[in-house]
Design a protein around this ligand. Sequence first.
Ligand code: TRP
Length: 329
Amino acid sequence: MKKRVFSGIQPTGIVHIGNYIGALKNWVAMQDTHDCVYCVVDLHAITVPQDPVAFHENILRTVATLLAVGIDPKKSILFIQSDVPEHSELAWILNCFVYFGELSRMTQFKDKSAVRGQGTSVGLFDYPILMAADILLYGAHEVPVGEDQKQHLELTREVARRVNSKFPNLFVVPDAYIGKMGARVMGLDDPSVKMSKTASSDSNYISLADTPDQIRNKFKRAVTDSDTAVRYDEDKKPAVSNLLTIYSAFSGQPVDAIEKDFTGKGYGDFKKALGELVVEKLQPLQKRIADLLKEKQELDAILAEGAQKARDLAAPRMKEIRRRLGLGR
Ligand code: TRP
């Protein structure tokens, strides 16, 4: 029996090369070794206000992006969270096992609520519980998550153990999966923070939807370090090291081979080559995304099938959970 993996991605519209290299490449690779369930978490996204028209476009664009990078609906279950109402139901139940203080201590909540102030929704507070429900509903053994979601996964594990202490073996306690390809990509304008679509400037990231000229320009403007050598040194040369990581991920070459190719050349040449490399690699991907978005019926059929497969797993699980807790008839 293969181990089950669950992971989710928010449909915010922008998927950047950090998501692609750091997370999605692992999602694709795991399809051959695991039983994978991948979810576009639209219910998580409404914890902050969304414009319905743009939001819906973003959901479909995210699905198209996942398909384009290589998520194969024949190998994996790919679906949209709100198509499976059991996620919300289990989230409610788990709410009753988690304490106010625990959610108050989540660093992501503290950061986001500090920005939103009085506009902080209860949903934003409850976000980690919905995430726990996503994972526990499918009995996932492993969850690929980035650094920023580790605390949420820790809470998921704690909730699973807590419920299990009253209702033995009800939930699988999931492990974090640290991917082989798990490169951490930092901001192009600031290598001390992770590449992020919520960064204050869009020079921070390369979106999979950026045009060739945007990509070239962003790499051209990317910050570098004080000396001139193209050499990997995370402590002393964080900016160039980050660019080398990106070069290596897109070319498939090890970092030392790239360093050799660029000995005696300056940052300018290196950044230019990097821009061309990324443009060349992203172009076919961008074309596939655009083509998929034109095939709305085909997308819909894929999602309907994914939702059905997910519900076939979720519904009996939910029935069992209700029964064990003594809910209902
Ligand atoms: N919170 C995750 C993020 O923002 C997305 C997510 C939702 C998720 N449910 C999940 C990730 C379940 C892993 C497992 O990245």
